[in-house]
Design a protein around this ligand. Structure first.
Ligand code: ADP
Length: 441
């Protein structure tokens, strides 16, 4: 029966019953010649019954019990029927929700990856699954409400990573607190405004494979070094003037062996950078660095470009002098190599809005089509292979730059427009900036 029909019927029944009741009271009152007493007692009985029904309804609502029996007809019965209906609906809905929640929890618990829920405010654990328990060494329920970083006491990387809330970059190759031989990765997923989901994965096999690949490349490069030095040495001994017929051939052989040497050196540099977790924290004086970069640019350009150096930052950096020099000179060398004669190259060192610093190399060269930009820092990725080879490129320069910057918690920003030129900027956070020392004359 619909609600409106039920109510209509209830009103009608209640009114008829009320009329009959009072008619009876009036009849008895008149018969006993006590009309007012009759009406008074009838009203008192009605009020008592109303209070009793109200008490019954309130008691059920208060006890969160379900009204099981609906007594009689009329308005009170209609009220109980409606409450009973709502209660039944709510029960069914909450049962369905509990079933759904249980199914989700079971799925999350059975996941092969570890999953943890932590509070965004203080990083304390709210929930974790079985795999997370094994990988991070948590205990249920003792570990709940403990901060996640407390389980990684010797790995400050976790604290920094959580504080920086790096949702786009997973934290890879961490030693599991349970067993340092097990390598894990953490990924932060913002799934609610108050909590993070942290996905923990066992990447031991992946890291082992990666290590095998790294060792292989490093070993091959290393093995190639000696034969190349020998070939190079013998080629240097051949004087083209003494063998004019071999001059062109010897020149080409020298060029190619030089290219191979450069390739091997770049591969070894990359392997070395990949194997490192930290670099020396030395003060890097930027004024002499900019002078060196200008000198290198001029030597490469051989007067074909206009080279401008702008030192606007008034600060120095902290990091590995050797590696940062190698990154900066790679960018300068690219700018010279990919800018036609009469182009302009600006090397600018300035500050960023967040008190960090930025070394930008801007050229007026060929530029890079936008579709290549996302992949440009991959090893051996070239926009134009012929142009890269002609200019002595190995295809590894930008990979090296990216690695060096990531070891300095910096990033490479690239802007480019075809036909107008490119800007490659190394951006460093405030922690890498140090006051410039006065130059002693
Ligand atoms: P390569 O040794 O080939 O220069 P890099 O890793 O340094 O290798 O650069 C990758 C590719 O990016 C280059 O082959 C080139 O196509 C493009 N590139 C790098 N720098 C510039 C630049 N300043 N202007 C235009 N293209 C560039």
């Amino acid at each position: 029966m619909s609600v409106s029909m039920l109510l209509r019927l209830a009103w009608r029944q209640s009114l008829i019953r009320l009329l009959l009741f009072y008619a009876l009271a009036v009849g008895i009152g008149l018969a006993l010649d006590e009309l007012w007493w009759g009406l008074g007692i009838a009203t008192a009985l009605l009020a008592a019954r109303a209070y009793w029904r109200l008490y019954r309804v309130l008691r059920f609502l208060d006890w969160r019990k379900q009204l099981r029996t609906v007594d009689g007809q009329g308005l009170w019965a209609a009220l109980e029927t409606l409450i009973h209906r709502r209660q039944t609906e709510n029960r069914t809905r909450s049962r369905r929700l509990v079933r759904l929640l249980r199914a989700y929890r079971q799925a999350a618990t059975a996941m092969p990856d570890g999953a943890l829920v932590i509070s965004r405010r203080d990083g304390r654990l709210v929930w974790f699954n079985k795999t997370a328990r094994h990988l991070v060494g948590l205990r249920y329920p003792q570990s709940l409400t403990e901060p996640l970083v407390d389980f990684f006491p010797n790995q400050p990387r976790v604290r920094d990573w959580l504080a920086a809330a790096h949702t786009d970059e997973p934290l890879t190759d961490l030693a599991s607190p349970v067993d340092p031989l097990v390598r894990i990765s953490l990924r932060l997923i913002p799934y609610s405004s108050t909590q993070w989901l942290v996905v923990v994965r066992d990447v031991t096999k992946l890291m082992r494979l990666e290590q095998v690949r790294r060792d292989f490349v490093a070993n091959v490069s290393h093995e190639l070094r000696t034969p190349l030095t020998v070939v190079h040495g013998y080629l240097d001994m051949i004087e083209p003037e003494e063998h004019p017929d071999l001059a062109v051939m010897v020149e080409e052989m020298r060029r190619q062996s030089q290219r191979m040497t450069q390739l091997v050196e770049d591969l070894l540099t990359l392997s070395r950078l990949e194997a490192q977790e930290h670099l020396p924290e030395e003060p890097l004086a930027m004024a002499p660095m900019l002078v060196t970069l200008r000198r290198e640019a001029e030597a490469l350009s051989q007067g074909r470009h206009q080279i401008v150096v702008e030192d606007l930052a008034g600060c120095d950096l902290t990091g590995s002098t050797k590696e940062l020099h190698s990154a900066f000179s790679n960018l300068v060398s690219n700018a010279v190599r990919y800018t036609p004669t009469d182009g302009r190259i600006v090397i600018r060192f300035d500050r960023t809005a967040d008190s960090g610093a930025r070394l930008a190399v801007q050229d007026s060269g060929y530029g890079i089509p936008a579709q290549h930009l996302p992949r440009i820092t991959e090893r051996f990725y070239r926009v134009s292979t012929s142009r890269s080879r002609e200019s002595g490129g190995t295809g590894l320069g930008l990979s090296i730059v990216k690695h060096v910057l990531s070891l300095h918690q910096g990033r490479l920003e690239i802007e480019s427009e075809v036909g107008k030129g490119s800007t490659f900027a190394c951006v460093f956070g405030p922690a890498r900036v140090r006051a410039r020392q006065a130059v002693v004359a």
